[in-house]
Ligand binder design. Structure first.
Ligand code: ADP
Length: 471
């Protein structure tokens, strides 16, 4: 089968979070399983763009309401990522450095989607499935079925994967002029809560809906930023498929971002060396357990709890541990985490920003990873951490619930708590310190985690079965 993935992110071209990791890995594993996977995404002005060679494969012209524009589709020449990678260039809209965060994001991503469908309609052959990811591509199933000029694509089945239902891409009805002319009888398929909702439209119009873990799919019926009833209604065509991790990129034995590689046999020495490097860089004490947080500093990740978690842990448990935080997001949280550097007694540090290399070193060198998330569709961090022998402290939600087993259970290895509340997290920190001091149990947990299989192979087969069911 030939599967065309449409996404705003794809690692290593452009990544802001888990979406990028998944779209960078799933197509590779589909190829390995004997299928032809392609990815199309916007041509942001990234390092990857400058560092690689490209062929122009299509030029066209279309419009976003009364804004007529020309576009170019380019393809990476050498199949560097293991699958065909196409970029959509629209001058004035997509030629920016960042992925998101511009005032005209609605126009940018709507134009991107129109262009993808326009290109698809001019293509000489058809993919067997168009697989769209998150709201940035959520209008495509509607356009392929109900926009007059693209209706001939209606027989191609579409799948939408929801990596994050918090962001839905709401548009006002005035902005409906951006869409190519469509069958007005079908306008209800665009709408949710009296505005155009690209994510809801994707869920309604795609042949199948997937979410990135089973527990998340269940939770969405009760908590999905307004779409609860829709998830309940569409449950018959929805399925949860847990993300895998790219075992080539995230492998402590070959990781190109770390200087001290290690395997399960050398985990203690290997991690100690990486920890020493981290502690030296950030002025921390390598003799104390090292807790890290890596991620977007937003409410979903419960990042707002971090200052109090650090403060209360020091106060109630004592300064018996280090904290190192990497992330960016809400300015208030960033400010608090930065300000706390001044109070450090060689046991706290933060790095505000995005740093891929540092994240790898932190997974490798940390003893514990904090994930108190309020919402966690799948969560990749805990899986990376476990592959690197780092014990995750997670809230019992979404993909965290599906991947981390508390150490108190038979064969358990992580630390699980129920509420995104400072007290619950601090209690888990206290349990973690106890675990750290029990060297034998700690080592056993590390070994158990490193043996877990979070590879893409089994998840990829579930996607293949899903695509086949649509042929
Ligand atoms: P989400 O997509 O909701 O942000 P995921 O757990 O699915 O969360 O994926 C997060 C990915 O982004 C992981 O690969 C994580 O290491 C990475 N990441 C998040 N923030 C940063 C950061 N500030 N620097 C480096 N990597 C980061």
């Amino acid at each position: 089968m030939e599967i065309l993935h449409v996404s705003a992110e794809c690692y290593p071209v452009a990544k802001a979070g888990g979406l990028g990791d998944v779209v960078g890995a799933l197509p590779k594993y589909l190829q390995d399983a004997g299928h032809s996977a392609k990815v199309v995404m916007p041509m942001y002005r990234t390092k990857f763009l400058a560092a690689n060679e490209w062929d122009v494969v299509h030029k066209g012209a279309t419009n976003l309401g009364d804004y007529f524009f020309e576009y170019t589709i380019i393809k990476e020449k050498t199949n560097k990522l293991g699958f065909d990678l196409y970029l959509v260039d629209i001058n004035g809209l997509l030629d920016r450095e960042k992925i998101y965060g511009y005032d005209d994001d609605t126009q940018r991503f709507t134009a991107f989607q129109i262009t993808v469908v326009d290109w698809l309609s001019a293509w000489q052959h058809r993919p067997d499935v168009v697989h769209v990811h998150d709201y940035h591509a959520g209008l495509i199933p509607f356009m392929m079925q109900y926009c007059y000029r693209y209706k001939h694509l209606a027989s191609i089945p579409t799948v939408i994967t929801i990596h994050n239902a918090q962001y839905q891409g709401w548009m006002t009805w005035e902005q409906s002029v951006f869409l190519p002319p469509y069958d007005d009888w079908k306008r209800g398929l665009l709408e949710w809560g009296s505005s155009i909702n690209p994510l809801a439209s994707g869920i309604k119009c795609a042949a199948k809906v997937t979410t990135v873990s089973n527990s998340y799919l269940e939770e969405l019926k009760f908590m999905s930023n307004g779409l609860e009833a829709l998830f309940e209604y569409e449950k018959g065509k929805s399925v949860g498929i847990l993300n895998g991790i790219d075992a080539e990129v995230w492998n402590p034995a070959t990781d190109k971002y770390i200087q001290h590689d290690f395997s399960i046999e050398t985990v203690e020495e290997g991690k100690a060396k990486n920890k020493a490097q981290l502690c030296e860089t950030f002025g921390l004490d390598p003799n104390k357990p090292l807790f890290v947080f890596i991620g977007r500093l937003v409410g979903e990740k419960a990042a707002d709890l971090l200052p109090a978690v650090v403060g209360d842990s020091f106060y109630y448990i004592g300064r018996r541990m280090n904290f190192l935080i990497l992330g960016s997001g809400e300015p208030e949280v960033e400010g608090q985490l930065n300000a706390m550097n001044a109070l450090s007694q060689g046991d706290y540090s933060s790095y505000i920003g995005y740093n891929e290399a540092l994240s790898h070193l932190m997974y490798a060198g940390a003893d514990f990873l904090l994930m108190p998330s309020r919402v966690e569709p799948c969560g990749l961090n805990q899986m990376y951490a476990m592959r690197y022998g780092t014990v995750p402290l997670v809230r019992n939600t979404g993909g965290l619930r599906d991947t981390v087993k508390d150490i108190s259970a038979d064969g358990g290895y992580g630390l699980v708590f129920n509420n995104a509340a400072t007290g619950d997290v601090c209690n888990a920190v206290w349990r973690a310190v106890e675990l750290y001091n029990n060297k034998k149990q700690f080592h056993a947990a590390r070994e158990r985690m490193m043996k877990l299989d979070f590879s893409w192979e089994s998840s990829v087969q579930k996607y293949i079965d899903l695509y086949k069911s649509l042929q």
